[in-house]
Design a protein around this ligand. Sequence first.
Ligand code: SAM
Length: 222
Amino acid sequence: MTRLSDNQRSIERYRHHAAGYDASAERTMPLRLRTIALLALKPGDVVVDVGAGTGLSYEPLLAQVGATGRVLAFEQSPDMFAHARRRAERLADARLWHVNAPAETVTLPEPADAVLFNYVHDISRTPAAVDNILRQARPGARIAMAGMKFFPWWTGPLNLLAWLKNRPYNARPADLWQPWDRVARHCERFELQATQWGMGYIACGVLRRESAAAPGRQGESA
Ligand SMILES: C[S@@+](CC[C@H](N)C(=O)[O-])C[C@H]1O[C@@H](n2cnc3c(N)ncnc32)[C@H](O)[C@@H]1O
């Protein structure tokens, strides 16, 4: 039997989640908006929606980047992206650019001022994916993250619950001790708060110069 890569396993999982995703994510909308607020977006900003799923963050992001800003998004699952594409068609907003592509290889059309990692555990645990995204952002870009994490170790069996909740969605569900750390190491002023009684986190920071796009580097069109 051929072993699937993490990317293929994730695509398989989201084949089953895509249809019901928006309904299941509705109750976490306040957390999504809180995470987006950490980006402190300004008119004219270019913001990246990492692993955009069905595009649930498109509208709140577009609302904050003004007439000259842009939202750049990518998503590897064809099933999730089909929903995002329909949402984009409804929005018909020229400020939105999105593509069905994996984080490890996506090329953004221009450098970003802000990057949103909202519940994208498999991406934020993959150094090649994190590096590829962040090297396309400007030095000082604002980064915001949210996701699941394990409870403190001394709560013991409660982490079985965290693992079980994470397993249907992520290729590496046991990797929940510090799921932000591969992004945090690229940031200055990284701040973290626990959410959902300790089973989640929300975080933000500012991209270090050495992790960012080289000065003067222009993005290439996809
Ligand atoms: C829990 S969903 C979150 C979607 C969206 N960020 C949101 O807030 O609703 C995780 C998403 O990450 C996508 N994903 C996982 N690995 C990826 C990769 N390597 N490149 C791009 N997208 C990926 C999945 O297909 C899925 O749509």
